[in-house]
Design a protein around this ligand. Structure first.
Ligand SMILES: NC(=O)c1ccc[n+]([C@@H]2O[C@H](COP(=O)([O-])OP(=O)(O)OC[C@H]3O[C@@H](n4cnc5c(N)ncnc54)[C@H](OP(=O)(O)O)[C@@H]3O)[C@@H](O)[C@H]2O)c1
Length: 319
């Protein structure tokens, strides 16, 4: 099968492209730079057909539709679509000439957790522009499937991480090495409120796994949405314990009301922490497991282990 990936050299693409190639597919990738962002994973990329293009610039210039109409594919994976308008253009360009269209969504489309674990059929109550737009794309694609058989599947990843892309840290931000250093050295880490807000990570290779499985089990995946997350969510407190445990320590935790954290971590990190605390994601993988055989390789503990190993090996984390 010929698979076209729009935005296929980043965190997800770096794992998805090699998986598809090893399954024997022909792979074409649209990106501005024709090379994977993770240098160590260049193996096999010589077989990729590159389409070097700037989507945003071409959307503005009005040349994007023509570009897509000139491409042949059996399946299209769109990893970098954020609005229904952008999605409509891609749908129109491929309508009637592909057998599968896979959109990368986000668990932020679900909104803050009300029932845990969240299942894909639960109501969407997104907050914030990003999640609202992704939820609108989901409605657009599911309607297109129901009304005209447009062959869509949605994959909603949790907090994506890979070897060189550090996970959301145990404080709920992506704040370089500082939190890891503190936990490794037995220094105090401040957590919001009770420390029991949750994170739901996923390794980019497991996101890639779910995309591949959806293509393999197309009939089970058409018109459906799937959460791409690790087997279970973890609390911030639990994440601190995991990382401190790598260094033989118990975490030293200071609990402060969420609002007070702003002064301690700075505006940017606070915004990220606040968003994670408010959402406190916790999604189920049962639907992916049942329909597609999704079996994530990485738990959150393994994701942190890989991240910490990388920090140590690259000399960024010195104890
Ligand atoms: N990050 C997370 O934790 C997270 C969580 C849930 C869902 N998601 C979803 O994951 C998707 C992003 O996947 P990712 O993490 O693999 O992305 P990524 O690492 O940021 O990679 C983006 C890819 O798109 C290409 N790209 C970016 N701008 C482009 C443009 N204007 N024209 C053409 N190509 C462009 C990049 O290559 P060039 O730079 O060379 O163009 C690269 O191939 C999004 O749909 C997002 O909503 C992310």
């Amino acid at each position: 099968m010929k698979v076209l990936i729009i935005g296929g050299t980043g965190h997800i693409g770096s794992y998805l492209v090699p998986r598809l190639l090893s399954e024997g597919h022909q792979v074409a990738v649209i990106a501005r730079t024709p090379k994977p962002q993770y240098a160590e994973q260049r193996l096999g990329w010589g077989q990729v057909q590159w389409v070097v293009a700037d989507r945003r610039a071409e959307e503005k210039a009005g040349t994007w539709t023509g570009r897509l109409q000139g491409l042949e594919a059996d399946a299209v994976v769109d990893l970098i679509c954020y609005t229904t308008a952008e999605n409509q253009v891609v749908m129109d360009a491929f309508r009637g000439r592909i057998s599968h269209f896979l959109h990368c969504g986000t668990i932020w489309a679900y909104g803050p957790t009300e029932r845990a674990p969240y299942e894909e059929h639960h109501p969407r109550r997104p907050i914030g522009e990003y999640g609202i737009n992704k939820a609108a794309i989901e409605v657009q694609l599911q309607r297109a499937w129901q009304r005209e058989g447009f062959p869509a599947t949605l994959i909603h990843p949790g907090h994506i991480c890979g070897r060189r892309w550090l996970p959301i840290d145990p404080q709920g931000a992506r704040h370089g090495v500082e939190i890891y250093r503190k936990l490794a050295r037995g220094e105090k880490v401040y957590l919001p409120d009770t420390g029991l807000a949750t994170l739901h990570h996923v390794h980019a290779d497991d996101v890639a796994q779910l995309f591949c499985l959806a293509m393999q089990h197309r009939q089970q995946a058409l018109g459906e949405s799937f959460s791409a997350v690790a087997p279970y969510a973890m609390s911030l407190l639990g994440c601190c314990r995991v990382v401190a445990g790598f260094f033989g320590r118990e975490p030293k935790i200071g609990l402060v009301p969420l609002a007070q954290l702003r002064a301690l971590v700075g505006e940017e990190a606070f915004g990220t922490i606040e968003s994670h605390v408010i959402h406190s994601p916790c999604s189920s993988i049962e639907k992916g497991r049942r329909r597609l055989g999704y079996t994530p390789r990485y738990t959150t503990e393994q994701i942190y282990a890989e991240g910490v190993e990388y920090l140590l090996e690259s000399g960024q984390l010195v104890i």
